[in-house]
Design a protein around this ligand. Structure first.
Ligand code: FAD
Ligand code: AMP
Length: 478
């Protein structure tokens, strides 16, 4: 006999657990299936994001930022520190405590909302039946009117650098180094490589990032990528572009990395190496062929804009479907799917999903870049404003970077916003709200911004769109 539910969600990452809670809030009988355990058969909730992704990386980024601030900038404020040290085990213990607090919180929320938890690996079969195999190998059958697939993603491995979880690690291993490496190599200068390289670099490691592409952060607005490259160089990150790692050799106490650069093979020695070349959807054995669900050659489940798969009553959300691999994108897909199952045709606006790199300074963006608009032939106007001219930024000693706003030349509607600098993520969130409400540059120009705040950079960038910035000479006089 199978247990019957209105909704069965497979995977309790930020996509799956949010979807399950929302379904339960809407009165649907909901079960969530999670295979990750604490080793004692108890399910661990929160997926990549809470356990080995967003949260632990931000905990280490914040610890290492405080360390670097004390070392490099306290003197500017007249604060002297006689000796400074880092106890890596305490730093990791703090991170682990935050992770436990949050994963435990998700467990309580699921319970509080009446979601049934089923431990085990779920597999969708024909007719929306889900077979769940627990740690002991016992199989339980669930059936549901709706099944939501939310099994997430895992790091990509590359043959030249096989992960041994000792010298060569993926992003998960890079959150667990027991000491600061003297020399650290990172393959991939994308979001994860930059964040994890920054953590250990701030604590004293000499960091080299190898990036196969010739361009740096190509998905970001070109002006932002240029500024970011300048700032990271100043911080001591050695970012080698057009450098493809082709071989690694682990030996006692380290690894030799061979990379090709301008047609030549070059070697470099490191204590540790992080492989951060991207992530792939976790869809192997997630569904049988006769379930009706289909996927592309890279393993992403085919869905439409509302996360409907090709099998009736089956939905897929989060990292296993198209779009950016971001926790908040998956969570909002989870909410959309729950609402749709309940009968309300909510639609997530994929044009307004912000993306953030939590380096220091932060980098954040929403909407179109200048290069995208040029390629699309859209007539636009852009304005940017540097933090160096913002009083609050000067007071904080955070003067690198700028905010840039792009608006449609005819309608004035905001099409994109890009920032590198202090609180960039939160400033860009203001632009997400503006764009969701169909706001224009003029709307922002005529709003009151608190003084002195970092947000004034948003106000001035909006004014600069029409060459009307107050606290900076404008490029063109009106
Ligand atoms: P996941 O979080 O991967 O969760 C999937 C869950 O499903 C897991 O718990 C897994 O055990 C379970 N599961 C898988 N298969 C089965 C099965 N068959 N049966 C039962 N359970 C199953 N994103 C951001 O937005 N901001 C950040 O700052 C950020 N930082 C990151 C830093 C790092 C180092 C990494 C690695 C990622 C980061 N991300 C960040 C990305 C973010 O973690 C993912 O986009 C997000 O976790 C995806 O959510 P998800 O629910 O789709 O999948
Ligand atoms: P992201 O997908 O943002 O995490 O970025 C991963 C980066 O790793 C991409 O920019 C890839 O170009 C880069 N990359 C992949 N394989 C290699 C390799 N063998 N050597 C150097 N960089 C690589």
């Amino acid at each position: 006999m199978s247990e019957a539910y209105d909704v069965v969600v497979i995977g309790s990452g930020p996509a799956g657990y949010v979807c399950a809670i929302k379904c339960a809030q809407l009165g649907l009988q909901t079960a969530i299936v999670e295979s990750w355990t604490d080793g004692k058969g108890k399910p661990v909730f929160g997926g990549t994001c809470l356990n080995v992704g967003c949260i632990p990386s931000k905990a280490l980024l914040d610890s290492s930022h405080k360390f670097a601030e004390a070392r490099d900038h306290f003197g500017d404020h007249g604060i002297g520190i006689k000796s400074q040290s880092i106890d890596v085990s305490s730093m990791l213990a703090r991170k682990n405590k935050i992770v436990s607090q949050l994963t435990g919180g998700v467990s309580s929320l699921l319970q509080h909302n009446g979601v049934t938890v089923v431990q085990g690996r779920g597999q969708l079969k024909a007719g929306r039946s889900v077979a769940v195999t627990d740690e002991s190998g016992a199989v339980k059958e669930l059936s549901a009117t709706n099944v939501v697939l939310a099994s997430g993603s895992e790091p990509i491995n590359i043959p030249p650098a096989p992960v041994d979880n000792d010298v060569i690690v993926d992003s998960t291993g890079a959150l667990e180094f027991d000491e600061v490496p003297e020399r650290l190599g990172v393959i991939g200068a994308g979001v994860i490589g930059l964040e994890l390289g920054s953590v250990w670099g701030r604590l004293g490691a000499e960091v080299v990032l190898f990036e196969a592409l010739d361009s740096f952060l190509p998905m970001m607005d070109a002006q932002v990528s240029k500024e970011a490259a300048k700032v990271f160089k100043k911080q001591g990150l050695d970012i080698k572009l057009g450098a493809r790692v082709v071989k690694t050799e682990v030996k006692k106490g380290g690894v030799t990395v061979t990379y090709s650069e301008k047609g030549e093979e070059v070697t470099a020695e490191f204590d540790r190496l992080i492989v951060a070349v991207g992530r792939k959807p976790r869809t192997q054995d997630l569904f049988t062929e006769d379930s009706g669900v289909t996927m592309d050659e890279r393993g992403f489940v085919f869905v439409n804009d509302s996360c409907v798969t090709e099998a009736p009553g089956v939905w897929a959300i989060g990292d296993i479907v198209r779009g950016p691999m971001l926790a908040h994108k998956g969570s909002e897909e989870g909410v959309m799917v729950a609402e749709r199952i309940h009968g309300k045709p909510v639609q997530l606006n994929y044009d307004c999903v912000p993306s953030i790199i939590y380096t220091h300074p932060e980098i954040a963006a929403v909407g179109k870049t200048e290069q995208e608009l040029k390629a699309e032939g859209v007539d636009y106007k852009a304005g940017s404003f540097p933090f160096a001219a913002i009083g609050r930024a000067l007071a904080s000693g955070e003067t690198d970077g700028f905010v840039k706003i792009i608006a449609d030349a005819k309608t004035d509607r905001v099409l994109g916003a890009h920032a590198i600098g202090p609180a960039a993520a939160d400033l860009v969130q203001q632009m997400v709200i503006t764009m969701e409400f169909g706001g224009s540059a003029e709307d922002l120009q005529l709003m009151v911004f608190g003084h002195p705040t970092m947000s004034e950079a948003v106000h001035e960038a909006a004014l600069a769109v029409d060459n009307m910035a107050i606290h900076m000479p404008n490029r063109k006089k009106r």
